[in-house]
Design a protein around this ligand. Structure first.
Ligand code: CP
Length: 322
């Protein structure tokens, strides 16, 4: 593996899951692999799980880790090419990225959709510049359109808890007061279809995702119908994708919140969410705190997913002539 930005980079999923279970059995088996190597983790946006799990995974492999919060202490970065830099951004990504590459062997980048220009978001303008100009393997720690480390951790979690070969996995939109990117649902849908599960996506009309990510999944507009017989319910809010309303909150209809009454429609299904989650907005306390909630195992598997990805990249580093 060179870069990790989507499910396509991980290769056969059964092999990735086997590796994940191997790493989970002994996290320190390769604790010298990253000796004298540095992981630079760059955050344009806030994080709890991704920051901690990716740092922990790199350290399990013996790496040094530098975390850079772009909004705190670094120069404010211009990101668009051709801009006259007469504003409040004194440094351009075009210099900053190769400079960062001088100090790192692997670079992790978190850069959410900004909802300013859909074409910038959906062309992955920032992540792609890191891939082009850093000269280093790049790991997406959630970019504008995908969150592959989260999806990989979700896949590991489902493999641990499933009781059927091909479980019914339902991704449900849930209400939220703010406009959230489509990266988690895009990535989850794409990954779950690739895993061969029976994938249903349910949301109010107007919240259709980019079909590029959802092909192979069934769209059901009736949330209760979607929940019937489900093995896993994955709740997530996202803002509208369609051009005229891109990045907008179309409604915050509380009837879409996940509660125990809806969970009773499932086949004793598990509840999943990537976190952070707004209680009693996205999901009720009793579901989140209940025995079928997998949100903490999902978070724990973030470390495992990151470690599999970093381990593969470290084993491949000679390609980068280091
Ligand atoms: N799920 C997830 O990516 O969490 P953070 O935003 O806290 O990293």
């Amino acid at each position: 593996m060179v870069h990790f930005t989507s499910v396509k980079d991980i290769g056969p999923l059964d092999q990735a899951i086997s590796e994940a279970f191997e790493v989970k059995r002994n996290k320190f088996a390769d604790s010298s692999l990253g000796k004298h190597r540095t992981a630079l983790l760059i955050f344009f946006n806030s994080s709890l799980r991704t920051r901690l799990s990716t740092q922990k995974a790199a350290e399990n492999l013996g790496m040094n880790v530098i975390v850079l919060n772009v909004q705190q202490g670094a120069w404010n970065l211009e990101t668009r090419k051709g801009t006259i830099m007469d504003g409040d951004k004194p440094e351009h990504l075009l210099e900053a990225i190769p400079v960062m590459g001088c100090y790192a062997d692997i670079i992790g980048v978190r850069s959410f959709a900004r909802f300013e220009h859909k074409e910038d978001d959906y062309s992955e303008m920032i992540l792609d510049q890191f891939i082009k100009y850093s000269g280093r393997p790049v790991i997406s720690m959630e970019a504008a359109t995908r969150h592959p480390l989260q999806s990989f951790a979700d896949h590991i979690t489902i493999e641990e808890y499933k009781t059927k070969e091909k479980p019914k996995v339902v991704l449900t939109w849930a209400p939220h007061p703010k406009a959230l990117p489509q990266a988690v649902p895009n990535s989850f849908a794409e990954w779950m279809v690739a895993a061969g599960y029976h994938v249903i996506i349910t949301h109010p009309r107007g919240y259709e995702l980019d079909e590029h990510f959802t092909q192979g999944a069934e769209i059901v507009y009736d949330q209760q119908e979607a929940f019937r017989g489900a093995d896993f319910i994955y709740a997530k809010n996202w803002a509208a994708f369609r051009d005229t309303v891109y990045g907008k909150v179309l409604n915050t209809d509380s009837s879409w919140m996940v509660d125990n009454r809806k969970m009773e429609l499932t086949d004793n299904g598990y509840f999943m969410h990537c976190l952070p989650v707004r209680r009693n907005m996205v999901v009720t306390d009793d579901v989140l705190d209940g025995p079928r909630s997998l949100v903490i195992p999902q978070a724990a598997n973030r470390e495992i997913a990151a470690q599999v990805v970093i381990r593969r990249i470290l084993k491949n580093l000679t390609q980068f002539d280091l």
